[in-house]
Design a protein around this ligand. Structure first.
Ligand code: NAD
Length: 491
């Protein structure tokens, strides 16, 4: 009865190895490593394995471009950021298949969301760049005191694999708008889209303003974040990696922005509209295969509605079509690698040993033909009513939902806040006073009321606690990439 798709014809395969992009040039690396299509397990591209020497060259190119770029007018920056969005949109047709091949996210999602969102991020910062301004400070009659936001220099942008275009856009657009130059280190699991994107737009900028060094985290990534000429580290990725990077940059007193992991709780109150909640839960946990930092992987339902909502969610999870990421019929693609799938499966087994009950999924589906080499995992629902298993506090970063029950506001707030993370939580209630009361008490950078995943530009995105610090996607993000310079004149 379980729905799966067949193999899609005409899979992507790139003949030429991907270059590094340094100082406006395409540079061949001495060594490459394979990019694997998670739908089949087959190699589809070769990625340049950047070294510490390549990082050195990229940072030097960015450092020398900084002197020019920091002096460009806001008009110029505004026009160029807009032009990036235009190119990306004109070229939109090629991205869905590339993105789906790269990380296994179903083509119907990646195609619909990633390109328009990345373009919108560039348009947003093109618009707000003119809000970069200083102030005068009234310090008495004998002084004229003014402040100016100044770009920092070379920004190291380290991004993950789950939504590579959106993550890169969130770093590049504000950093460039504020007058910085950038070296991007994409994830080793999703490098091709970033290289292709920067290739598409780099001629818009003076050489060296945007550079890309692909390669492995502990080598190229480490070399970049420890480079003495890097003025800011902007990182999106796992909490452990973030901690390691921060340890290094703290020695050199380099500022950092950290967008880290999450464990989102969806708190459902007794009077919530369960039709809306069911749709939001399914999107919240199974969109992008659950490989989203904002995933709502923990459903906390008032005990009066718990059984009914659990049954609804289980029935819907069992009907989800798992399959080839390139097939438009697929609702849930393969996880990014077999290793990551095995990690998710091991976390599910651990939760079951601790007493959680398996209500849907929890296993690797049988797939036809070439798809047998892919890294698939059925959408999984675990029941853990009192929230005492590891499933209630660990980030799965996969299609796994834990369902819990609660009785009082006090209890649900205490349990929701017990996790180390603090990225995004949600409340579903038709009693807005209750919803706002709960939203106020949940410890996270974001709380959604009667919705999930709503991240319009202008609304700051980011976390607290082990989910990191710094905010992306808002006008204030420009200040993450500047320092305030004061000039005090004695009159
Ligand atoms: P990861 O931490 O394994 O890798 C992220 C990036 O860091 C990659 O480019 C990697 O090569 C690099 N890296 C690894 N070790 C490094 C080192 N020592 N020095 C410098 N760079 C290094 O994360 P991932 O598996 O790619 O992504 C999944 C994680 O990202 C999840 O925890 C998810 O929640 C988080 N994430 C957070 C957000 C957010 O906005 N808060 C968004 C997307 C993903």
């Amino acid at each position: 009865t379980e729905a799966t798709t067949g193999v899609t014809a005409g899979r992507l395969s790139l003949a030429a190895p991907q270059p590094l992009l340094i100082g406006g040039e395409e540079v061949r690396a001495a060594r490459t490593f394979p990019a694997v299509d998670p739908s089949t397990g087959r190699v589809w591209a070769q990625v340049a394995e950047g070294t510490a020497g390549d990082v050195d060259r990229a940072v030097a190119a960015a450092r020398s471009a900084f002197d020019t770029w920091r002096r460009t007018s806001l008009d110029t920056r505004q026009a160029l950021l807009w032009a990036v969005a235009e190119r990306l949109t004109q070229d939109a047709g090629r991205w869905p298949a590339l993105l789906a091949t790269e990380n296994g996210r179903a083509v119907r999602e990646g195609g619909l969301i990633d390109v328009p969102t990345a373009a919108e991020i560039f348009r947003f910062f093109s618009g707000v760049v003119r809000d970069l301004h200083g102030r005068t400070v009234p310090c008495g009659p004998g002084a004229h005191v003014s402040t100016t936001p100044r770009p920092l220099g070379v920004v190291a942008a380290i991004v993950p694999w789950n939504s590579p275009l959106i993550s890169v856009a969130h770093k590049l657009a504000p950093a460039l708008a504020a007058g910085n130059t950038v070296v991007v280190k994409p994830s080793e699991l999703a490098s091709v889209s970033t290289v292709e994107f920067v290739r598409l737009v780099q001629d818009l900028f003076p050489p060296g303003v945007v550079n890309v060094v692909t390669g492995f985290g502990p080598e190229a990534g480490h070399a970049l974040v420890s480079h003495p000429d890097v003025a800011k580290v902007s990182f999106t990725g796992g909490t452990e990696t973030g901690r390691r990077i921060l340890g290094g940059v703290s020695e050199r007193l380099v500022p950092a922005l950290m967008e880290l992991g999450g464990k989102g709780a969806m708190v459902v109150c007794p009077d919530a509209d369960l039709d809306t909640v069911t749709e939001d839960v399914l999107t919240g946990v199974f969109a992008a295969n659950g490989e989203v930092c904002f995933a709502s992987s923990r459903l906390m339902v008032h005990r009066d509605r718990h059984d009914e909502l659990l049954e609804r969610v289980v029935a819907r999870a069992e009907a989800i079509v798992v399959g080839d990421a390139l097939d438009p019929a697929t609702q849930l693609g393969p996880l990014v690698t077999a290793g990551h799938r095995d990690l998710v499966a091991a976390r599910v087994r651990a939760a079951l040993c601790e007493g959680a009950r398996l209500r849907a999924g929890g296993r690797v589906p049988e797939m036809p033909g070439e798809l047998a080499g892919g890294s698939y995992y059925r959408p999984t629902v675990l029941a853990s009513p009192d929230g005492t298993t590891s499933a209630s506090c660990e980030e799965f970063f996969g299609p796994v939902l834990t369902v819990e029950s609660w009785t009082s506001e006090e209890e649900v707030v205490e349990r929701a806040n017990r996790v180390a993370f603090g990225l995004a939580n949600g409340v579903w209630s038709t009693d807005l006073a209750q919803a706002y009361r709960l939203a106020d008490r949940l410890d996270s950078g974001m709380v959604w009321i009667n919705t999930w995943f709503a991240t319009p530009l202008g609304q700051p995105q980011g976390g607290v606690k082990a989910s990191g610090f710094g905010r992306e996607g808002a006008t204030s993000t420009l200040l993450e990439y500047t320092s305030t310079k004061v000039v005090h004149a004695s009159l």
